[in-house]
Write a protein that binds this ligand. Structure first.
Ligand SMILES: C[S@@+](CC[C@H](N)C(=O)[O-])C[C@H]1O[C@@H](n2cnc3c(N)ncnc32)[C@H](O)[C@@H]1O
Length: 219
């Protein structure tokens, strides 16, 4: 079976260190897991999901790719499917940032060297949590699929944070920031209909972020 990996999954796979043992948590269709084994980038992959339906899709695709003996498929919640020390890296993609934080709060994460995360939201909150919990953001990247720009974070335990990331040089950064500004403006406009909403901390923070993103020119 041939399956073309989209730019988002390609950017995630690119952060996997050659020869590492990887868990893809929330694997769903297992496209990432399959690519990591097919390309020879990962030496071992565990593909896990909380739900039986997605895991069934994963099994079907893995079997169509003839990789049943190379990819270990597991049903369960987050990192609970892993033994400490079983993998070098964990990928999580297509989930909310808050769910990722919850999943990473499991002790097994202490034995993991590298995280590759593609959160759907709460990206700043996830970055802050990582930095406060012993992870250094060593690189970040952006990828566009169907007009949407996705953020990918690569963090290492005990690594050194890096400000000069692939993200900071990406031609997609402007598009990402414009989309964020438009979203914040819509939320601000909706809050401004209520005299109590504009007194809240949420509104104050929102205006501050808008100002920072648009350099003071946000009306
Ligand atoms: C939107 S899909 C993303 C699939 C794939 N990772 C991707 O990025 O294309 C999210 C998957 O995460 C799974 N999931 C949600 N919560 C989970 C948890 N606590 N542990 C493991 N998997 C979870 C869902 O069942 C679903 O299959």
């Amino acid at each position: 079976m041939t399956m073309r990996l989209d730019e988002r999954l390609r950017a995630i796979a690119a952060f996997v260190v050659e020869g590492s043992r990887v868990a893809d948590i929330g694997t769903d269709h297992a496209q990432l897991a399959i690519e990591l084994i097919r390309s020879g980038r990962a030496s071992k992959v565990i593909a896990a999901d909380l739900n039986a339906g997605p895991l069934e899709a994963a099994r079907k695709n893995i079997s169509a790719a003839g990789l049943e003996d190379r990819i270990d498929v597991r049903l369960g919640d987050g990192l609970t499917v892993l033994e400490a020390g079983e993998v070098d890296a964990v990928c999580m993609a297509g989930m909310g940032g808050a769910l990722m934080v919850e999943i990473l709060s499991n002790d097994v994460s202490r034995s993991i060297g590298r995280l590759i995360l593609q959160p759907m939201n709460a990206v700043e909150r996830l970055r802050q949590w990582l930095e406060l919990n012993g992870w250094a953001i060593v690189d970040e990247d952006l990828a566009e699929v169907g007009g949407i720009v996705y953020e990918i974070i690569c963090a290492e335990r005990g690594g050194r944070s890096n400000a000069e990331t692939k993200r900071s040089r990406s031609p997609l950064l402007k598009k990402l920031l414009n989309a964020r500004i438009e979203k914040l403006k819509r939320v601000a406009a909706s809050m401004e209909k209520s005299s109590t909403a504009v007194q809240t901390e949420k509104y104050r923070r929102l205006r501050a972020e808008l100002e920072e993103l648009s350099g003071g020119d946000n009306d």
